[in-house]
Ligand binder design. Structure first.
Ligand SMILES: [Mn+2]
Length: 195
């Protein structure tokens, strides 16, 4: 039975974790893993509160498909300051992923099937959104990295080669340390198959 290993990191611009508007989540149920990374507009206490509200809603609806989850959260948070979010589901046994996202979250796979995950523009909780569901291979040996815009988008090639051999914890710590910016909350999720 294939299983995944993952690490989630968040760091508040203002230092205090109670002031962080970025939030990451990883859960497994019956071999299906759900990963969510969200970034509330702005930062500070109010952003953190909205991130927690979104987190509660997502946890209660974790078995929904990625698009339904995004649409329902959009309705739930409508009129709030809004957030951007990516949802990735992985069927580890069958090495398949489904994903959907709205707004500026960067997500890529590295390894056998290296590619960027493409999301739709917009803000969850604001205006109109048109999330779509995409399906892709996520093979044993691949690495999935999700990051908010508080983390610089381009990694140097030496670090990318380390991604393929290091643990998710070490990769996530390396990304936060080397690529986390000082201008925004920062977060990442790193996902690999267990050996
Ligand atoms: Mn941000």
């Amino acid at each position: 039975m294939r299983r995944l290993d993952f690490a989630i990191r968040t760091r508040a611009l203002l230092g205090d974790s109670e002031l962080c508007g970025d939030l990451g989540l990883g859960q497994e149920e019956n071999g299906i893993y759900t990963f969510v990374l969200l970034d509330v507009l702005g930062h500070g206490k109010e952003a953190h509160q909205l991130a927690l509200t979104a987190n509660d809603f997502i946890n209660r609806n974790i078995n929904e498909d990625a698009v339904s989850l995004i649409k329902e959260l959009h309705q739930q948070l409508y009129g709030s300051r809004g957030l951007v979010m990516a949802v990735v589901k992985v069927d580890a046994q069958n090495e398949i992923m489904w994903y959907s996202g709205i707004g500026n979250i960067t997500a890529r796979t590295y390894g056998m099937t290296g590619k960027s995950l493409v999301f739709k523009d917009g803000i969850i909780g604001n205006g109109e959104i048109w999330p779509v569901l995409t399906r892709n291979r996520f093979q044993y040996g691949d690495v999935l990295i999700l990051q908010s815009d508080g983390v610089k988008e381009h990694f140097c090639i030496e670090d990318i080669s380390l991604f393929l051999i290091q643990s998710p914890e070490i990769i996530a710590d390396t990304i936060m340390k080397r690529y986390g910016t000082k201008f925004d909350d920062a977060s990442c999720i790193v996902v690999k198959y267990l050996k």
